[in-house]
Write a protein that binds this ligand. Structure first.
Ligand SMILES: Cc1ncc(COP(=O)(O)O)c(C=O)c1O
Length: 356
């Protein structure tokens, strides 16, 4: 037994919830959520409550100074196997690294795990059951102190909302827009934290990407505008002469859980993985020459999404010679088989949520 308290009405609301036939990503929000408040230096009760708007003063620090962090993970219940969570301990760990960078209090790992487990357990009947679908979980922490001084808040709210979701990308592959002017993160900044500011910094470029027919923005390092970092909501990988090449971790890149799982899977299959500084111009030459045969985006939401080409700000495009994406599609299937419960996964990867 953990310490989560179920507040009257929450389970009834979930029981009444009906899903539409077609689900998109993140549009439907479960009618109950977990919350926990921090004041006087400690976290209070952990509660499952009926869905309701949050009441915050307009001067709450989160609105002015962006003191907020979040996580994203999925509950899987494909063909009613599970439900499973995938490496939630890694999300708990990263949540607290983000908290530390943003000057926020740590959230106890046991409470983080209990809250995502409880959301999955109680929402079991509203988890969609086709491969690629899931219950997307969004743990979040915001500074709620109502005061305009620029300093870390004294009060916070932690909450977890859930969204029964279809796949993030519905197409087979995407084009990516190479952002050569703006920067998302700089050394010593907050790029490695999962915090709203990084996403805010990406939105204008996201609009440009969309105008150019691209599904994502590819970010380069802020200093040289040369080295590949990641995309706005996923990590980057490519296949060069049969090996996977991915940018090495720095403090400007989010340490993706999907990325590290793919590295392990690929190595288990005997595929060489190189984590290195990757020059965008060299990569484009390798694509043109044909030695770089694939590239793909990876992340919890995207799973693995093949990239079919790169687009510059002036609209010029460079497409892969073949659209086959053999390695990306194999890794995607192998990863999903482990997340959705069809194949054995390393012991700490898949957590069965059959009890609380
Ligand atoms: C900026 C960014 N990079 C990478 C990722 C991939 O991380 P993960 O695989 O842990 O979902 C995400 C997704 O959360 C992201 O938002």
């Amino acid at each position: 037994m953990g310490r989560l308290k179920v507040i009257s009405g929450a389970l009834e609301k979930i029981a009444e919830c009906k899903l539409p036939r077609e689900l998109s990503f993140g549009k439907i929000i479960a009618p109950a959520f977990v919350e926990c408040d921090y004041r006087d230096g400690k976290w209070g009760e952990l509660k499952l409550v009926p869905y309701a708007p949050l009441h915050l003063g307009p001067e709450a620090k989160v609105f002015h100074y962006g003191q907020e962090i979040f996580e994203g993970l999925k509950g899987y219940f494909v063909d009613r196997a599970g439900p499973f969570l995938f490496r939630p301990d890694q999300n708990a760990r990263r949540f607290n690294l983000s908290a530390m960078r943003l000057g926020m209090p740590e959230f106890p790992v046991s409470d983080f795990l209990e809250s995502v487990t409880a959301m999955t357990y109680y929402c079991k009947e509203i988890i969609p059951t086709k491969s690629g679908e899931s219950l997307y979980l969004r743990p979040c922490m915001i500074a709620t102190e109502e005061s305009l001084g620029i300093k870390p808040g004294l009060t916070y709210k932690y909450f977890v909302i859930a969204s029964p979701s279809g796949p993030y990308f519905t197409g087979d592959s995407i084009k990516v827009y190479i952002e050569r002017e703006r920067a998302r993160a700089c050394p010593g900044g907050i790029g490695a934290a999962k915090t709203g500011g990084n996403y805010a910094a990406s939105l204008v470029s996201g609009k440009r990407a969309q105008e150019l027919g691209c599904g994502q923005t590819l970010w380069l390092d802020a200093l040289h505008k040369t080295y590949i970092e990641e995309m706005s909501g996923m990590n980057f990988m490519s296949v060069i002469d049969g090996a996977i090449h991915t940018p090495a971790m720095t403090d400007t890149i989010l340490d993706g859980i999907t990325r590290k799982s793919i590295i392990q899977l690929a190595q288990d299959f005997g595929i060489r993985v190189v984590e290195e500084k990757m020059d965008i111009n060299k990569l484009l030459e390798q694509v043109a020459k044909g030695s770089c045969t694939e590239a793909f985006a990876c992340g919890t939401a995207a799973i693995i999404t093949p990239i079919r080409g790169f687009v510059e700000g002036n609209g010029s495009e460079l497409a892969f010679k073949s659209a086959e994406s053999k390695i990306a599609m194999k890794l995607r299937q192998e990863l999903l088989d482990r997340q959705e419960g069809r194949k054995n996964a390393p012991a700490d990867w898949r957590v069965l949520v059959d009890k609380l």
